[in-house]
Design a protein around this ligand. Structure first.
Ligand code: ZN
Length: 79
């Protein structure tokens, strides 16, 4: 059954810190979030944070840095 190969490799080089600063939802590229939902791999957020998006982003407050960057980007695009 070669087709049932499941790759669930967790990169041990990336340590996810469970400190308070991880208790945020971050903005990231939608394609990356979708990919992470499938692979379970951490992605890089808008603010540069490497994290695994939660399935329930509403559980955590939005990262202030991501929010700033997102709003800056949005206001530039609107001009
Ligand atoms: Zn962030």
């Amino acid at each position: 059954m070669e087709s049932t190969e499941v790759i669930r490799e967790i990169d041990s080089e990336i340590s996810l810190d469970e400190g308070d600063h991880d208790r945020f939802s971050h903005y990231a590229r939608k394609a990356d979030i979708v990919e992470s939902a499938v692979t379970g791999k951490p992605i890089v957020a808008l603010c540069g944070k490497v994290w695994v998006p939660d399935r329930n982003p509403d559980r955590f407050p939005l990262c202030p840095r991501c929010k700033d960057l997102y709003e800056q980007k949005k206001s530039k695009e609107n001009k």
